[in-house]
Design a protein around this ligand. Structure first.
Ligand code: DGL
Length: 277
């Protein structure tokens, strides 16, 4: 791999496209590879070992495609796997975690809510994040079962999306939250709906742009930024059925894109599925 190699990005499904969008905005010349692990979405209710095994398999695929850097565009996979990925691969690996620090800096009421998956909220990484940056704020933790699956359907504004989102957001407002952290990349696609439900007095904190900054820093430090001004390309893969996934990726990416099937050898989970419950 070299400066003109692509950047690999993955998520359990389409949520990471919200990060891909920021990366494309920040890096016009880079070629981008995106993997949606749709056969195994959602990650949020799987065991950390399972999510780690999937993250390893997809990272291997992206490395086999000569990726010069990896972006784990998923809070749940970052919590479960980033240390293992960094130990196993030498290229820059950038992850994402709930933006507790900026949210605590922003709140006036002293009550901050975190919307995330059960996997993220029960991870050691999240416990450390709260211990380091929670300060004196009251942090309300809200897992959102079903919300990832809703985004995966591409229906972001209908009655079902609204009712489910309101079910999670309204109790947080009643408890005084004035700042809501989007701690799952899928929820970025519901930001408008959350804003409508929460009203103008509530700040919504989404760390996606910060990931592009961090990626730039890591590429610069490693002399890996593409120096040639050109139009970068995007390529998409899914471990699910491309015919089902293509319409949703095309909708969220705002273009009719080709979605390929991830080769079978990267689709088998290395360990059998284990439910944490
Ligand atoms: N979009 C992912 C995240 O940021 C994963 C959601 C899921 O698959 O449960 O956590």
């Amino acid at each position: 791999m070299n400066v003109s190699s692509p950047i690999g990005i993955f998520d359990s499904g389409v949520g990471g496209l919200s990060i891909l969008r920021e990366i494309r905005r920040a890096f016009a010349s880079e070629d981008l590879l995106y993997v949606a692990d749709s056969a195994f979405v959602p990650y949020g209710d799987k065991s950390p070992q399972f999510v780690e095994a999937r993250s390893l398999a997809i990272t291997k695929f992206l490395v086999d495609q000569k990726a010069k850097a990896i972006v784990v565009a998923c809070n749940t996979a970052t919590g479960a796997a980033i240390a293992t990925l960094r130990a196993g691969f030498s290229m820059p690996i950038v992850g994402i975690e709930p933006a507790v620090k900026p949210a605590v800096g922003k709140t006036a009421s002293g009550v901050v809510a975190v919307l995330a998956t059960s996997g993220t909220l029960s991870s050691d990484k999240f416990a450390n994040l709260l211990a380091r940056f929670g300060g004196d704020a009251e942090i309300l933790i809200q897992p959102c079962p079903g919300l990832v699956e809703q985004v995966e359907t591409g229906n972001l504004h209908g009655e079902k999306a609204r009712a489910l989102t309101a079910k999670y957001v309204l109790p947080l407002l009643e408890r005084g939250a004035d700042t809501i952290i989007l701690g799952c990349t899928h929820y970025s696609f519901l930001a408008l709906l959350i804003r409508e439900i929460a009203g103008p007095g509530v700040s919504i904190v989404d760390p996606n742009a910060a990931i592009a900054h961090e990626l730039r820093r890591r590429l610069e430090d490693n002399d890996l930024l593409s120096p040639v001004p050109r139009s970068g390309t995007e390529r998409f893969w899914t471990s699910g059925a491309p015919d089902d996934v293509k319409p949703v990726i095309s909708q969220l990416w705002n273009a009719d894109v080709e979605v390929r099937r991830l080769p079978k050898r990267y689709c088998r989970p290395d360990i059998p599925f284990e439910s944490p419950r």
